[in-house]
Design a binder for this molecule. Structure first.
Ligand SMILES: Cc1ncc(C[n+]2csc(CCOP(=O)(O)OP(=O)(O)O)c2C)c(N)n1
Ligand SMILES: *[C@@H]1O[C@H](CO)[C@@H](O)[C@H](O)[C@H]1NC(C)=O
Ligand SMILES: [Mg+2]
Length: 568
């Protein structure tokens, strides 16, 4: 008899489905699953919190199109992973969470870490199930992996009862389930392509918006040709950055507000009209704007705005169709238009304001100075991970992306704490590919705190990550050390210290040195440049730059302050 355990079946099934990476934290009852995963040829990365593990596994899904696995113990372990599942689902990133649960014969008896896990995961996932027997494990894992990548991608959950982990069956009785193929590609109906082209032809002020759906859908090659042939201006969403390079002549990101406000036709590619795009509504959009909506999810069509044309299909395939049609009838928009002049003028004016802020030489530094110098030193092919409020918002406008899927940030759900997990996932992939790509994690000091202990994970596996903490002593803003000392003398800080404050000049760099990585305390432009250059060139250990900036440094005046109302 050739016997196989539940743990082996889980591991081998994941491997069969081309799941290459597993992130997790072991304990009863799933230690054996992690060991079986390694034995099956899956790379296992032990993390320090299940949230970060789940963020990492979902980033593998976004970057490769095949989900990472997240392995968690019962009860609290699974509950920590819910944050990662919710984040993945909101961003439409595939991930498969495997949760151990209590033994079946102890259900409802108050078992160790007993919790209704399959029900709990339902709100945070597309699919949540427990195999009814060992024999059912391969098909349930296949369904979880397939569901995570077919249609709109998202999170899936598979529950493994503790007593199933070490139980055995004869292999003969387990049906072989082969690897699910990549998702079938859907194409937009021909008539809708023609309609879309005729709406574009009538546009006076057209705009292409590139979302992270276009990045996930690997539409970069077709899209570049389409934008260049059609001469249309484009605007990336935060994670749509890099599908086409930020320095492309047709990129109007630096005139974002103006472009959104005055566009009369928007070609929306793999982006949703949610809060990030101000719902497609006034006062940020023209009330009469016509939307040509490209999405692979039919239910997305018409959210907030009824599209003029709905192109239901894979974004790469649909852009290819549009490109062919435009190629056939030779239409192009003209650079010689008032629209292009307006946008170019606005870009120039905005660049001037940022430049002036960046060149301020007073100490402590402000955000713009810090990002100006970072952007000068970062290699074009580096992966930029970013989170924070000001740190992320200002960083996004100043740190260019030149390649698709090279930016990972707090995303649609605005989740703080994702950065280190994302960076660990990107670094694990870099380990495999060996392209010499740098992973640079630009963190607010508050954002860093959510998953800060993952620095140990980076040091343990010697992952080539550079963390830059933009440290303003708080959430949005903080106070300087002297003021803090005075405040502490005045009594119990919990009764009056501003809720946004964090410890002034906290030594986050020493978190990195504590585990053998390299830490830098940075106060000046010179220190920033030399620490970053050193970290980028000597690539053997993770490093952390603790960049102390002015705790009252702020974003430049915004045209629509309510966008950033959390700062008010
Ligand atoms: C999980 C989670 N908790 C809380 C928040 C609320 N929040 C938004 S931004 C932010 C941190 C901003 O501070 P920091 O990271 O230091 O960036 P800064 O604006 O100071 O540059 C917080 C706590 C959130 N978005 N996500
Ligand atoms: C994009 O679509 C075109 C046309 O359907 C296809 O030839 C190409 O392989 C696709 N690219 C990717 C990355 O899927
Ligand atoms: Mg801060």
């Amino acid at each position: 008899m050739d016997e196989v355990t539940g743990a082996q079946l889980v591991a081998e099934s994941l491997k069969t489905q081309n799941v290459e990476y597993m992130f997790g934290i072991v304990g009863v009852p799933i230690i054996e699953v992690a060991m079986a995963a390694q034995a099956a040829g899956i790379k296992y990365i032990g993390m320090r919190n299940e949230q970060a593990a789940c963020y990492a596994a979902s980033a593998i899904g976004y970057l490769t199109g095949r989900p990472g696995a997240c392995l968690v113990v019962s009860g609290p372990g699974l509950i920590h992973a819910l944050g990662g599942m919710a984040n993945a689902n909101m961003n439409c990133w595939p991930v498969v969470v495997i949760g151990g649960s209590s033994d079946r014969n102890q259900e409802t008896a108050g078992a160790f870490q007993e919790f209704p896990q399959v029900e709990a995961c339902r709100l945070y996932s597309k699919f949540s199930a427990r195999p009814s027997s060992l024999e059912a494990i391969p098909s349930v894992i296949e369904k979880a992996v397939r569901t995570s990548i077919y249609g709109r991608p998202g999170a899936c959950y598979v529950d493994i009862a503790g007593d199933m982990v070490n139980a055995k069956v004869d292999r003969i009785n387990v049906r072989v389930v082969s690897c699910c193929p990549p998702p079938p590609v859907s194409v937009a109906e021909k008539s809708t392509i023609n309609e879309a082209i005729s709406v574009l032809k009538m546009a006076e002020r057209p705009l292409v918006i590139i979302g992270k759906g276009a990045a996930y859908g690997r539409a970069e090659t077709a899209l570049r040709e389409f934008v260049e042939v059609s001469r249309l201006p484009f605007l990336p969403t935060p994670m749509g950055k890099g599908v086409l390079p930020d320095d492309h002549p047709n990129c109007v990101a630096a005139a974002r507000s103006r472009a959104l406000l005055q566009a009369d036709v928007v070609l929306l590619l793999g982006a949703r009209l949610n809060w990030m795009l101000h719902f497609g509504l006034p006062p940020r959009f023209d009330p009469n704007v016509k939307i040509i909506q490209v999405d692979l999810c039919a239910e997305e069509m018409g959210n907030n705005i009824r599209p003029a044309v709905a192109l239901l299909g894979d974004v790469n395939a649909t852009v290819t169709q549009l490109l062919q049609q435009v190629g056939k009838d030779g239409w192009k928009y003209s650079f010689d238009t008032e629209w292009w002049s307006t946008l170019k003028a606005k870009i120039t004016a905005n660049a001037k304001i940022s430049k002036a802020l960046a060149l301020q030489s007073t100490l402590p530094m402000n955000y713009y100075t810090v990002f100006h110098h970072i952007s000068q030193l970062l290699p074009h092919d580096c992966i930029i991970v970013s989170e924070g409020a000001n740190t992320m918002d200002i960083g996004r406008t100043m740190l260019n992306n030149y390649l698709p899927r090279h930016r990972l940030d707090a995303g649609t759900f605005g989740t703080m704490g994702v950065g280190l997990g994302f960076a660990i996932a990107a670094a694990a992939l870099e380990r495999r590919e060996n392209k010499g790509q740098r992973i640079v994690c630009v963190e607010g000091d508050s954002a860093f705190g959510f998953s800060g202990m993952e620095v140990e994970t980076m040091c343990r596996y010697n992952l080539p990550v550079i963390i830059i903490v933009v440290n303003n002593n708080g959430i949005y803003s903080g106070v300087d050390p002297e003021t803090w000392k005075e405040m502490a003398k005045m009594g119990d800080l919990t009764t009056f210290a501003p809720p946004v404050t964090l410890l002034p000049e906290a030594r986050y760099d020493e978190v990195m040195t504590a585990f053998g990585g390299r830490g830098f305390l940075v106060r000046t432009v010179e220190e920033l440049r030399s620490a970053l250059q050193l970290s980028l060139s000597d690539w053997e250990r993770p490093s952390l730059l603790n960049v102390l900036i002015d705790p009252s440094s702020d974003r430049k005046q915004q045209e629509f302050p309510w966008l950033t109302r959390s700062n008010l």
